[in-house]
Design a protein around this ligand. Structure first.
Ligand SMILES: Nc1ncnc2c1ncn2[C@@H]1O[C@H](COP(=O)(O)OP(=O)(O)OP(=O)(O)O)[C@@H](O)[C@H]1O
Ligand SMILES: [Mg+2]
Length: 378
């Protein structure tokens, strides 16, 4: 099998590792010559992500095309698919998902619980939302957002102008959402094979700081009824988008046990990194299996596990890993360093997982390790 991946960042790298494990040929397209996946692939097309000719070249070279991020021009993928190239997740489902407003409309049509939302054409629409639902509100760019970068919280009417300005003053399509007072944020990783079979992973409980994921604990501590509901919703979401490949369904859980879908990512996800050590089949292997029309693997969890991200710290510069020796002495710890050459503050430079007999123990050890290990700029 010959697999082409658009993007050779950390997600691309971890996909490549699994594909190579199974003996497949892998080519990537990425503008950075020394991107994380570079040294592991059979071919690296160094080109920008919007270089249509380069994407075409990658498609021609491979039997199946996939991608590590959703901000891709769908038009070129649709054209390639029409010409007979296999692309997963399909350009059709990508088109529905990459625009958060369209994504929410699709979910709403199928009566899947989501926060109330409204398209924003000017500040008067935000005011209208505030009158209808009260504050806070959250303003979002419909496309291109990640790590909270396309979001602005509006605490009251006086924040509207500033939030609107912050997100480009209507230059980009915007939407506004009601604020969900959640108790927990969870992720349900799900994979759908080309035959419609769906594999659901144990649920992860996420902690964010400054809108960036810092820790995922698995299994999420949820009442059985909530767990069942969340998994059922993830299955329904997979049907809505006819997803092929790995998807992450981010959800909010309220104190009363209501579950809302926050957003859907059509790819392996940061909150699913725990599956590499934690489950029989990792999210990356599962993705490769499904896009290659192979049977899905077992999603069973071996033991409680915690994943923590290593975010760029101290200052910008050439990446240096500190405290590796101390961290690796922590029982049950596995370290992943992505190999990005440069550190910038809060950039995702790596992650580690800690497995233990109990979740409490894993959390304790992981927090201890995070004191030792840092990726800093030099
Ligand atoms: N309607 C909402 N109510 C309450 N909190 C929200 C709402 N929407 C988003 N948030 C908070 O903001 C965070 C980021 O929002 P969202 O997932 O839409 O952005 P993103 O930038 O696409 O995220 P990422 O790339 O980190 O997954 C969420 O994880 C959640 O903590
Ligand atoms: Mg999100």
């Amino acid at each position: 099998m010959k697999i082409g991946i658009i993007g050779g960042g950390q997600l691309g790298k971890m996909m490549v590792a699994e594909a190579k494990k199974m003996g497949f040929y892998v080519a990537i397209l990425d503008p950075t010559p020394n991107c994380p996946a570079h040294s592991m692939v059979d071919n690296h097309i160094v080109a920008n992500f919007d270089d249509q000719e380069a994407i075409r070249q990658l498609a021609k070279e491979c039997q199946v095309l996939t991608y590590e991020f959703e901000h891709i021009d769908v038009e070129v993928l649709l054209k390639l698919e029409k010409e007979g190239h296999r692309i997963y997740p399909t350009p059709k489902s990508l088109a529905l998902i990459q625009n958060k407003y369209i994504q929410k409309q699709c979910l709403e049509k199928k009566h899947i619980p989501i926060p109330k939302f409204l398209q924003v054409q000017g500040t008067q629409d935000i005011e209208k939302a505030g009158e209808q639902w009260g504050y806070p509100l959250i303003l979002k760019t419909c496309t291109g957002g990640y790590d909270g970068k396309g979001n602005a919280v509006i605490r009251n009417k006086n924040d509207i102008e500033q939030a609107y300005e912050q997100l480009g003053q209507g230059q980009f399509p915007l939407m506004v959402e009601e604020w969900i007072v959640f108790e927990k944020e969870i992720s349900v990783l799900a994979c759908r094979g080309t035959d419609g079979e769906v594999g659901i992973y144990p649920i992860g409980e996420n902690d964010h700081q400054d809108n960036i994921l810092v820790e995922t604990k698995v299994p999420a501590q949820l009442p059985p009824s909530v767990e069942k509901k969340a998994k059922q919703l993830a299955k329904e979401v997979m049907e809505v988008f006819e997803g092929v490949g790995m998807f992450c369904v981010e959800m909010f859980v309220t104190k009363a046990g209501q579950v809302y879908i926050n957003e859907v990512a059509p790819r392996p996800h940061n909150s699913g990194h725990y599956t590499i050590e934690g489950c029989i089949t990792s999210q990356f292997e599962q993705h490769i299996r499904s896009i290659c029309h192979l049977p899905l693997g077992d999603t069973t969890l071996h033991s409680p596990i915690v994943m923590r991200n290593l975010l760029g710290a101290e200052k910008e510069g050439k990446a240096v890993v500190k405290g590796m020796k101390e961290a690796l002495a922590v029982p049950g710890l596995t370290l992943h360093i992505y190999g990005k050459e440069k550190v910038s503050l809060q950039r995702k430079m790596g992650h580690f997982t800690v497995q233990a007999m109990t979740l409490e123990e894993a959390v304790k050890q992981a927090r201890e390790a995070s004191v030792y290990i840092k990726v800093v700029g030099e």
